[in-house]
Design a protein around this ligand. Sequence first.
Ligand code: NAD
Length: 262
Amino acid sequence: MPAASDQDRTLAEAAGLLAGRRRLLVLLGAGASADAGVPTFRGTDGLWQQVRPEDLASAEGFRRDPQGVWAWYRQRRWEIAQCQPHAGQRAIALLQRHLGSRVLVATTNEDDLLERAGVDRVVHLHGAIFNTSCVANCGWVVDDRLDGSWSYLTCPDCQAAVRPGSVWFGEEVPSRVLVRIEHFRAEACLVVGSSSLVQPVAAIAPEMALAGRPVVEVNAETTPLSSVATSLRGRAVDLLPALIDLITSATVRERVMSTVGK
Ligand code: NAD
């Protein structure tokens, strides 16, 4: 049998840090959906190389050109609908099935790939692209994935214009989602495919690491989080199935428990 590689050892070490924790927070960024074919934002092929975020992902941009913004969002909705969840996203669903309410899955991604992979109760930190909501903030919001037709209409409650359900530049992450994460009181954190430059990931994960709680990062590149986390370098589709297999392994869990007990 071949000896374990450095990569295997790092995977096992990372799994050992997360296994057996009572409350595990999983935070996902654009890199977690990249292997399903959804483009990231900041990379060399990222969306912001092609378009200006302030034109298409801001309230000001929407005021200037609502039709142009909607055309871009309809195109992105259509492209995301063509993508299929990858093995790493399906592994997150298995992790949740295994840990139940001991895991909280939160993402800055607007797509629905985690839900389609079978993950329940996904916390969308930056909104959901298939939602259409009222631009006047009257509270009306609808799941518009069936055919996108609400995007052509007005708010049925207050007749204002409607907008994509994304959290745009200059807008706050909804406080109710931050409260959910706070109340969860995670003991450990797994961060997948996030640049760790966007809030709230940029604050939550380093704060946990600096407080001495285990943080594992899965990312294709080095990020600001890498220096304070245990970093696994590679693609989410390659690393997550093996990592989650180990986290949910009874052998790993028992070994962690026996070490903690010593
Ligand atoms: P990003 O594009 O900035 O970074 C992607 C990260 O994923 C990088 O660190 C990259 O190395 C990594 N990565 C790429 N491919 C990978 C793979 N296959 N496996 C593992 N890692 C991989 O995306 P981000 O950090 O998620 O930040 C973008 C966020 O910013 C978006 O979620 C978006 O919501 C937000 N944003 C907000 C607005 C807004 O209007 N408020 C607008 C644009 C973006």
